[in-house]
Design a protein around this ligand. Sequence first.
Ligand code: FES
Length: 161
Amino acid sequence: MSDKHNAQEVESGEPVSRRKVLAWLTSMGLFGSAIVSIVSNLVFIKPRATYGKPTRFAIGTPEQFPPGTRIALGDQKVAVIREGDKMAAISVVCTHLGCIVGVADTGFACPCHGSRFDQDGNVTGGPAPKPLPWYELSLAPNGELEVDKGKEIESGKWFTV
Ligand code: FES
C-alpha cells in the first residue's frame, strides 16, 4: 500500500481511502439534512388550528342543583344559581380585567380590584364597567342542563326547570 493515496488498512484487509470516508460522511450528512428538512416541512404544513373549549357544555341534571344553590363551576367559569324552580348560569369572569369573581350570599365579589356585583350580576361597586353576563341555559333531551357560553341572554331571564 502506498502513502501516495492516503489509504488505510482495515481489519478485513480492504483499503479504505480517505476519499471514500469523506464521501460516506458527506452522503450521511446530506441524508440527515434531507430527513430534518422533510420533517420540518411536514410539521410546518400541518394545520395548527386550535378549536378551544366548546361553548356549549352539560352541567348535570336539575336535581343536582337543589333550590338555593349558588355555586361556581371553576373549569367552566360560570356560576349556577337556582331559586325555587328558576335557574341561571352567570359568568364569573370579572368585567373589569377578567379575574374570577367569588360567589357570595350577597352576590359576587372580585378579589383583584374590589368590584362587587349583586345576586343577578349587576355592578354595585368597584371599577367593573358592566354587569356579569348571563348565558343561555337549556335542558337537553337526556335530561341534563346545558350552558351555552356562546349565547349571552338578558340579565334576569331565568330558565324554569
Ligand atoms: S378584575 Fe375584577 S375588579 Fe378588576
